[in-house]
Design a protein around this ligand. Structure first.
Ligand code: HEC
Length: 153
């Protein structure tokens, strides 16, 4: 047991050394931007295949659609703290400063994303392609509307 804990310590130390060798050092704001872009990447890479399947552009595999829709519903909830103040204008962000001025509107868009993602997960459980399509289309409006208002072109 003791040995195992010691090895974990060494492994963590190695991770720390590797991370600090990663020059140039990123600011906390830049790291926050990269984090949220990763969240969106995972969101899009699960939502995309669901939408394709719902539209009949890819085979509709109910189990896969359900798995991905559950992920979308889960990941949507990551956004509520993915826009810290320090990330406003940091690094290579496409997030408009309006996000931090027009917070109420932005949070409304986030809430809609969470609600519509949850509805997608419910639809996916039914295994009914038409229901999934309706929910996926509705969710797609969230992506579009928020990008129009709060993301740089
Ligand atoms: C509440 C607002 C909001 C909603 C809803 C939203 N997005 Fe975004 N999205 C953004 C913002 C802002 C950015 C820019 C982030 C940055 O560069 O810091 C972004 C960036 C992205 C990116 C680019 C990530 C990268 O690597 O730079 C993808 C892909 C994406 N969104 C997909 C989606 C999809 C798919 C949906 C719907 C399922 C969605 N978004 C819903 C606000 C939103």
């Amino acid at each position: 047991m003791k040995h195992r804990i010691a090895w974990q310590g060494i492994a963590l130390a190695l991770v720390a050394v590797t991370a600090s060798a990663d020059e140039p050092r990123k600011s906390p704001g830049e790291r926050a931007v990269e984090y949220r872009q990763s969240v969106f990447t995972v969101l899009a890479n699960n939502y995309g295949p669901v939408h394709m399947a719902a539209d009949g552009k890819a085979p509709f595999n109910a189990a896969d659609v359900q798995k991905r829709s559950d992920r979308v519903a889960q990941i949507a909830k990551f956004l509520d703290d993915a826009f810290p103040d320090i990330s406003n204008g940091a690094g290579q962000t496409a997030a408009k400063p309006e996000i931090w001025k027009n917070t109420a509107d932005f949070q409304k868009q986030e809430r809609l994303l969470v609600e519509r993602s949850a509805a997608l997960a419910v639809a996916a459980k039914s295994g009914d392609q038409a229901k999934v399509k309706a929910a996926a289309d509705e969710l797609g409006k969230s992506c579009h509307d928020c990008h129009e208002q709060f993301r740089k072109k």
